[in-house]
Every structure is written in structure tokens, then in C-alpha cells.
Design a binder for this molecule. Structure first.
Ligand SMILES: *Cc1c(COP(=O)(O)O)cnc(C)c1O
Length: 318
């Protein structure tokens, strides 16, 4: 099981690469949510999402062991992060993305100098492809979430939340494969078990919700939510036990609520966040934690939003 020590070690390892991201507040958002809302702003993180934290911890460790070529499977943000850090450290990178990858994400991966391979539409298909291309030697596989070094890297978000809001009462965290929430929950519960850690999934991507309910890893057929970073078919073998132990609750939000939250943050706070990040704001707006006047942190996990998709959303909303 992941430990606070591993997260502290990860923080030392990645500090020179990642930003300590701001904690934004908005009176209008807090009023709407009947709580004091803080946005942990990983949408302004290096490469546009928190994924650079875990990727940096893992790729640096691989490089220390002599790796010169890394490979991964990702719907976009993890691929961007691996491409970025590999380029920075002078390693070659290959990224397996879905056929329907968000165009801006594929363009960014390409710009960071990595090779792109398209494969299938599910995380299962592309993970299989990347693993097929992985050998005992090179390239070295960099998992998107189910890896102790990746989970520890993502957990550094939790360390910063504790420093930035010492009296935080609850934290909403989006769940894809569960790397982010298992890291954050470990950091937070080790510091103060009273702080609530609440996972958020889209209704149309509720694999971890179902898994937690049944007490066993449960896969879903097809996650077709607009939150493209949360379309993992099932939680990981390493992330799920941490989620069972340290996550207090998992709540679901609709795609309409995700869209409304994204537009609210854009209009009122002038921040462009992606749907996978907006789930936590949607949960706060629906007061899924059932709290009043508490300090609640919404983890804004990324801001890589294709502008053509944004234009469609804004037009629908108008
Ligand atoms: C990857 C990702 C998530 C989900 O993280 P997991 O570690 O897979 O649970 C959430 N939001 C964004 C923006 C992401 O890129």
C-alpha cells in the first residue's frame, strides 16, 4: 500500500520540474455552493494537467536505471506529460492514443517530440498495445495510474492542499484509473483522517463507483462521457485497495452538470478547465458532500480543452 514517505520522496524528486499550482477562490462560486470553495489549479500545471507529477517521478526513476526510450498509453494528458518529461531528460518517447483522441492533445504530444500510435477507443485496448510493444529492455512502460511511483507523484497534490488550506474539511477529486485520488487520499489521511476525501465520477463512467459498492474491481463496457480523462474502464489493481481504504465516498455527476460547471468557471473566474476537472465543481455545486459553510477543495485536474469542443458547448448553453 502507498505510504506518505513515498509521496514525500516523490515531492523532492519532481520539485524542479512541476509548479506549485495556485489555490483560487471565487465568492460567486462559494455562494452558489453554500461552502467556502477552493480550486486547486492543476489546469495551469506544466503540460496542462497534474499528470506531469507522476510521470516525472516514474520517468526519472527509469532514466536512473539506464532507460533511453519510454512508452505509454493515454487518452492525452498522461501522454503529454510523458512526452514532455522524456523530451526534457533527453529520452525517446512513444505514446499510444485512442483513435478519437482530442486533437489538441495529440498535437501537443507531437510538439513535445514523441512518436504517436493510434489504437482502439478503450483504455484496455491501448494499454494492451503499449504493453505488446514493451520488452524486457526498451522501451520501458510508464503506466498512467497503476504504479507506486506514479501514484506517489500524484499524491504531491495532496501535500500542497494541506499546506495551502490547513483547515480544509473536504476534498473532491476526479477519478479515472484512480492514481490521483489514491495519492491525494494517502497524503491527506496520513495527516488528518477527519478530512473527507470524496471521489467524483461521471454517471457515464461510473466504474470505480460500482467497484466500491460491490467491494471488488468491476469493469464497465463503454464510458462515453464528455470527461475524456475519466473514461478508464476499471480502477487499477494497486489504486483500488487504496480507494477502498482511504476514500470516504464516491459521487456521480451528469454530463450536463459537468458542462454547466465548466462554463460557470470560464465565465465567472475566467479559467479554462477541461470536463474531467469540472466534475469536482459540478459535485460542489450539487453539494454532494452535504456540508454547509465548510472549507472545500475541488481538485481542478487539468485544462486541456479542445477549442472546437468548447465552442460547441458554449453554443449549446447560449
Ligand atoms: C488522468 C486525469 C484524471 C484522472 O486521473 P486518474 O489518476 O486516472 O484517476 C482526471 N482529470 C484529468 C484532467 C486527467 O488528465
Amino acid at each position: 500500500m502507498l505510504t506518505l514517505n513515498e509521496i514525500n520522496d516523490a515531492y523532492r524528486e519532481i520539485k524542479d520540474v512541476v509548479h506549485r499550482t495556485p489555490m483560487l477562490t471565487s465568492r460567486s462560486l462559494s455562494k452558489k455552493c453554500a461552502n467556502h470553495i477552493y480550486l486547486k489549479s492543476e489546469h495551469v500545471q506544466v503540460a496542462g494537467a497534474f499528470k506531469i507529477r507522476g510521470a516525472t517521478n516514474k520517468v526519472k526513476a527509469a532514466a536512473k536505471e539506464g532507460a533511453t526510450h519510454v512508452i505509454t498509453a493515454s487518452s492525452g494528458n498522461h501522454g503529454q506529460a510523458v512526452a514532455y518529461i522524456a523530451g526534457k531528460l533527453g529520452l525517446k518517447a512513444t505514446i499510444v492514443v485512442p483513435e478519437n483522441v482530442v486533437t489538441s492533445k495529440a498535437a501537443a504530444i507531437h510538439d513535445y517530440g514523441a512518436d504517436i500510435i493510434h489504437c482502439g477507443t478503450t483504455s484496455t485496448e491501448r494499454l494492451k498495445k503499449a504493453k505488446e510493444l514493451t520488452t524486457d529492455e526498451e522501451p520501458v512502460f510508464i503506466p498512467p495510474y497503476d504504479d507506486p511511483l506514479v501514484m506517489a507523484g500524484q499524491g504531491t497534490v495532496g501535500l500542497e492542499i494541506l499546506e495551502q488550506i490547513p483547515d480544509v474539511d473536504a476534498v473532491y477529486v476526479p477519478i479515472g484509473g484512480g492514481g490521483l485520488i489514491s495519492g491525494i487520499a494517502t497524503a491527506i489521511k496520513a495527516s488528518n483522517p477527519e478530512i473527507k476525501v470524496i471521489g467524483v465520477e461521471p454517471e457515464r463512467g461510473n466504474d470505480t463507483y460500482l467497484s466500491k459498492q460491490r467491494g471488488d474491481i468491476t469493469a464497465i463496457e463503454h464510458a462515453d462521457t464528455i470527461a475524456d480523462g475519466l473514461r478508464a474502464s476499471q480502477p487499477g489493481d494497486l489504486t483500488f485497495p487504496v480507494i477502498q481504504k482511504d476514500v470516504d465516498d464516491i459521487v456521480l455527476v451528469s454530463d450536463d452538470a459537468i458542462q454547466a460547471a465548466l462554463i460557470f468557471v470560464l465565465e465567472r473566474m475566467k479559467q479554462l478547465i477541461e470536463p474531467s476537472a469540472a466534475v469536482t465543481v459540478a459535485a460542489a455545486m450539487a453539494n454532494k458532500a452535504d456540508m454547509r459553510e465548510k472549507n472545500i477543495c475541488c481538485v481542478i485536474s487539468g485544462g486541456n480543452m479542445a477549442l472546437d469542443k468548447l465552442a460547441e458547448m458554449v453554443t449549446e448553453d447560449a
